[in-house]
Design a protein. Sequence first.
Length: 357
Amino acid sequence: MVARITFEEQNFINNVKHVIQDNDVMAVVKNDAYHFGLEFAVESFMKAGIRTFSTTSLYEAVRIRKIDPHVNIFLMNPSIEFEKLKQYDIAMTLPSLKFYHEHLESLSGIKLHLEFENLLHRSGLKDQYEMIQVLEHNASLSKDNQSLIEGIWTHFGYADEFDGNEYETERDAWKKCLMHILNEGYTFEFIHSQNSASYVREDRLLDQHTHARLGIILYGSRPYSTLPTTVTKQNFSVTANVIQVRPIKKGETCGYSFQFTAEKDCNIAVVDIGYGDGILKTRANHDALINQKRYPIRGLMMSHMFIEVDESVQSGDTVTMYSDKIRIDEFTFKGVGANSEQISALNHHSLIKEIIS
Ligand SMILES: Cc1ncc(COP(=O)(O)O)c(C=O)c1O
């Protein structure tokens, strides 16, 4: 009996198809594809019809190229490994005017996507005028010295916020910048801005956009809480096992340093999963699922957990921490941590990892 993480490949692919419908999508596969495994995710996304991928790491971008010689790969962070970018045919963001001028010579023949800084202020050109400067300067160079400016993009930092109007502000600033550039007669093979939240908020692609740049919704979690669970389906589970069930008397404590004190006589299931397997401490403030019933977690240790159970629970029973019935996003909206934070924490070296095709 060992705790395990199980991916359902065909259901994962079917869900991706359901999410993307007939829209062109750039799948975000950074951080080992949100910890699903880069190779598993890229191959599944390709089976669902996706041909364009983005990541923040050149190391991952090269791994994607090794999976397929023809897909489009976009690196969202800048790199100065220009020869490698060319060798593996990887397009890259243009993060600032300074970067453009500093690396002018090395950028010849490199595929670039002009980045608009917007409210996030993480990276990018300040406005449409800086973009025009780059476009005009690049056009003035001889063909051999030009960069291949094939894309234009931004990232929304407020698409999953509904309290203020920051999302509308950043979206409208981007639309204005984009329209200015397009009205000047420039064309791009890739125009992308929308993450999962913006994609569902706008009811799919914004005008003029060629791709939505989606992450979490492809992996089966909702980007914000008012969406129905049907918008995307979770297709992996994390399960553990009841090792034994122990009766505890009222007033007795269990776990390190009095973690739990019984308020009444009760049964405590000892379960073979803990924070060493990537279960967040905040997740342990909530329930687990045993035989289709929810029970409260009472203590979390490195390799074990205590769950208060009733008479029906036996040693050997399966304990589900995450599945389509007890989804990651449920706990996100309860404040446990972001969807990606809970998924990234899972320890693929201690959990048995299995893929059901
Ligand atoms: C630049 C960029 N684009 C797209 C995404 C995808 O966002 P989401 O997972 O919310 O769809 C991310 C994720 O952090 C990102 O950093």
